[in-house]
Design a protein around this ligand. Structure first.
Ligand SMILES: Cc1cc2nc3c(=O)[nH]c(=O)nc-3n(C[C@H](O)[C@H](O)[C@H](O)COP(=O)(O)OP(=O)(O)OC[C@H]3O[C@@H](n4cnc5c(N)ncnc54)[C@H](O)[C@@H]3O)c2cc1C
Length: 279
């Protein structure tokens, strides 16, 4: 049933464009959240890794731990931004997003201020080419992420892990601290349940309780850790790489892979290196 959108919670003002309701919000850290929304009307099935657009009005309140807007949004403007969907591809009405708060940004402090049942806009279109569609079924797939760059991979895995039993899949997730590793439990569970899936979290500022890698993602690749732990080789004919996250990580890893013969995948010139940029 469609929500009425007439309650008085933050983000729930009566706005014709608002067409979705907040049904879940998990703060991974104060500035990193998993947001679940239910659209009033179902969407079409989508491809894992695609994105849609979320929106809220400039008149909506901002989160208490944000700062003044660098570029203030007019109150009557619907602020829209694209976000990757973390849900499985067959989900048509309830969607999960993994969002980082840009404290001086226009939209994210308003999204962070949403409470349960708060209303917002979700585009009817789901688009994007950062998908597994152009990876041959037998190839190995390495997914490299920092921060919210994990969102499309969570969708990949939730949608396709059972279909790819004939190839190896790996996630290399980098963060400053272990508590910044969103979806850590789900990824560890998948690694224990599927012998062809390998999870390599790495933190640069781990405290003494962190037993995992403490390397930069670039080192994991350069020093051969990926191959030693998973058997996956950096060969563009056998392994496709996906990169999403911090622009410097994407630049460095792209350069490292270019040295191994990788070229960026584009519709007209297929390659084995797939990149999603969040800005
Ligand atoms: C295809 C695509 C998918 C995306 N998916 C996600 C996603 O899954 N999760 C997610 O959190 N974001 C995602 N983004 C980024 C998102 O669309 C917004 O740009 C981001 O949330 C900032 O919005 P804002 O209105 O709060 O900040 P704005 O008001 O737009 O930005 C203010 C300033 O902050 C800087 N800025 C913008 N983005 C970031 C950032 N991520 N980190 C630090 N500084 C930034 C910019 O320089 C800008 O000048 C995606 C972007 C694209 C293009």
């Amino acid at each position: 049933m469609a929500a009425s959108g007439t309650n008085s919670r933050p983000g729930s003002g009566v706005r014709a464009e608002y067409n979705a309701t907040t049904v879940g919000k998990t703060l991974v850290t104060p500035d990193l959240m998993i947001l679940r929304v239910r659209t009033d009307e179902p969407r079409s099935e989508f491809e894992a890794g695609q994105y849609t657009v979320l929106g809220m009005y400039g008149s909506e309140p901002r989160s208490p731990n944000s700062v003044a807007e660098a570029d203030p949004a007019p109150p009557d403007k619907l602020i829209r931004r694209p976000y990757s969907i973390a849900s499985t591809r067959t989900e048509t009405q309830q969607f999960e997003f993994y969002i980082s708060q840009v404290k001086s940004g226009q939209l994210t402090p308003r999204l962070f201020n949403l409470e349960m049942e708060g209303r917002l806009f979700v585009s009817k279109r789901i688009v994007g080419v950062f998908t597994l569609a152009d990876t041959p079924p037998g190839c190995d797939v390495v997914m490299v992420a920092t921060g919210t760059g994990m969102a499309p991979y969570v969708s990949f895995l939730r949608s396709h892990i059972t279909e790819r039993s004939g190839s190896k899949l790996a996630v290399i997730q980098g963060a400053a601290h272990s508590w910044d590793l969103g979806f850590y439990s789900e990824l560890n569970f998948l690694a224990s349940a599927f012998s062809n899936f390998h999870y390599l979290p790495t933190v640069t500022n781990g405290d003494k309780t962190w037993a995992g890698h403490r390397k930069w993602i670039e080192e994991i690749l350069h020093e051969g850790t990926l191959q030693q732990e998973t058997g996956i080789v950096m060969d563009p004919d056998r392994t496709h790489f996906f990169l999403c996250g911090n622009p410097k990580m994407v630049e460095n890893v792209s350069a490292l892979l270019a040295d191994r013969g990788y070229t960026r995948h584009r519709r007209r010139s297929p390659g084995s290196l797939h990149i999603e940029e969040f800005r």
